[in-house]
Unconditional design. Structure first.
Lengths: 287, 170
């Protein structure tokens, strides 16, 4: 497809026809768009170096460089459009894929990512991130929640309560994300909701990233005595699947959108099945 | 008898900083998961009992815990089943339901007995899911605040020819 896209009544999402990456999100209701690139990268987990013997491990996130490596430069893609869902399937590698979905009536883009088993036969521990890049002028600022409630402003290489001399340009800027992370300028806000707690940051202006999976080969010398190397049932390493909801709105209206969505993310409706006509429970009503 | 104290106990144990942060040894992490899974199972019996009371029925209920990888034995093998959507939020929600199925077309009726349209059947080949079914049934459901909705699903035609059954891998 020369110009792959998916849309619903709220959003139109464009993809790069060559690399298959997310390229732009258009907010149809409010008539504005934002170029948004998203892909998966991995930080090479430190095993200790000349500066410090500290390795990345269960307690410690310490990449051995500030520039993460792309999982792949492009993705093989498939497009699926039905009346109830439009989705683009991206296959970055045997251990990294994603489905980007729009459904009628949903004012957000759903990214269902599947990562693992993380290959470590090269002897390198890996910390996998999903990174979003935009032209937003964020001046080093980004926002993360605390336990799903108060959102705090974060500022790169800075702490509000003491003079920080930054020794870890990446790890020193990672914060806990329990439900949401966002970046914004005066007009536009890009919010990403998570379906579980993850590490998050904004290492470059206009970008935000979330750590979705890790597989490490060294103990971090905090008393555990084993690396964070979850073999999973088949011993090949855990496969993890999760969801990120991407919301693009004006900065003033963004909270109206992400607050109810985050509630649904944390306490979604629950499906139970029964054979045949099943029970006649207290009936629901549309809407 | 269903019992929510098993899960309450498991969640209480998992308040330990190791469980919260993932800094425990592997065998301890496995044990936290085991306790939580046992608690989950015991709560599902409790929910099934509640549904039986609410519906004056003894019908068996099935909780498909692996819908995220398109595995649900009941919807994959039964041509006639009911989907019960429980909404824990204090406001009504519309919710997309997506179930692995073997048939190629289905009729869905809502709590008022009206047909739900549209209903989509998509091939699962795109998803490469772990499930055994060749396709997925999609429809838009909804549920009232803190309440249930039941949607009846009937298969209209068998699997599309040439769709070999794919057994769950692994």
């Amino acid at each position: 497809d020369p110009e792959p896209w998916i849309e619903n009544e709220h959003l139109r999402v464009l993809f790069d026809p060559v690399t298959g990456h997310l390229r732009e999100i258009q907010n149809l209701a409010k008539g504005f768009s934002l170029p948004v690139f998203q892909s998966f990268y991995w930080y090479n987990a430190s095993a200790g170096d000349g500066q410090s013997p500290q390795a990345s491990g269960a307690y410690i996130f310490r990449p051995n460089g500030s520039v993460p490596i792309p999982v792949a430069k492009r993705a093989a893609t498939r497009l699926l459009k039905t009346p109830l869902v439009q989705e683009l399937h991206q296959n970055f590698s045997a251990w990294c894929s994603q489905v980007l979905r729009l459904r009628p009536g949903q004012p957000y883009l759903e990214l269902e990512w599947t990562v693992g088993p993380i290959p470590v036969s090269d002897g390198l521990g890996k910390e996998i991130i999903s990174r979003f890049e935009t032209p937003l002028r964020t001046a080093g600022r980004f926002y993360t929640d605390s336990n799903g409630r108060q959102v705090l402003e974060r500022r790169r290489d800075y702490r509000p309560t003491w003079n920080l001399s930054q020794s870890e340009p990446v790890a020193g800027n990672y914060y806990p994300v329990n439900t949401r992370i966002f970046i914004k300028d005066q007009k536009v806000q890009l919010t990403v909701l998570t379906d579980r707690s993850q590490g998050g940051s904004s290492i470059l202006d206009g970008s935000l990233e979330l750590m979705v999976h890790r597989r490490l080969l060294n103990d971090d010398n905090r008393g555990l005595g084993e690396p964070l190397d979850e073999p999973g049932d088949d011993g090949r390493g855990l496969v993890v699947r999760g969801r990120h909801l991407v919301l693009l709105d004006t900065a003033v209206a963004a909270a109206d959108l992400h607050r109810p969505r985050a509630q649904e993310m944390v306490t979604p409706p629950y499906v139970v099945l029964a054979p045949g006509p099943g029970p006649h429970l207290r009936q629901g009503s549309p809407g | 008898p269903g019992d929510s104290s098993v899960l309450r106990e498991a969640v209480a144990v998992a308040q330990h900083h190791d469980a919260v942060a993932g800094t425990e040894r592997q065998h301890v992490a496995n044990d936290y998961a085991r306790q939580l899974a046992k608690g989950w199972d015991s709560c599902q019996v409790l929910v099934a009992n509640a549904l039986s009371l609410l519906g004056d029925t003894k019908g068996p209920f099935e909780f498909c815990n692996a819908l995220n990888i398109s595995v649900c034995p009941l919807s994959e093998t039964t041509p006639h089943f009911t989907v019960i959507l429980y909404n824990p939020l204090a406001r009504g929600v519309a919710w997309p339901v997506r179930l692995p199925v073997r048939g190629s077309s289905y009729a869905v009726t809502d709590p008022q007995g009206q047909p739900v349209v549209p209903v989509s059947c998509v091939t699962q080949r795109l998803r490469g899911g772990a499930g055994g079914a060749p396709g997925e049934l999609l429809f838009q459901a909804w549920a009232p605040p803190l309440g249930f909705s039941t949607f009846e699903v009937k298969q209209l035609s068998p699997a599309a020819p040439g769709d070999p059954p794919r057994w769950p891998s692994g």
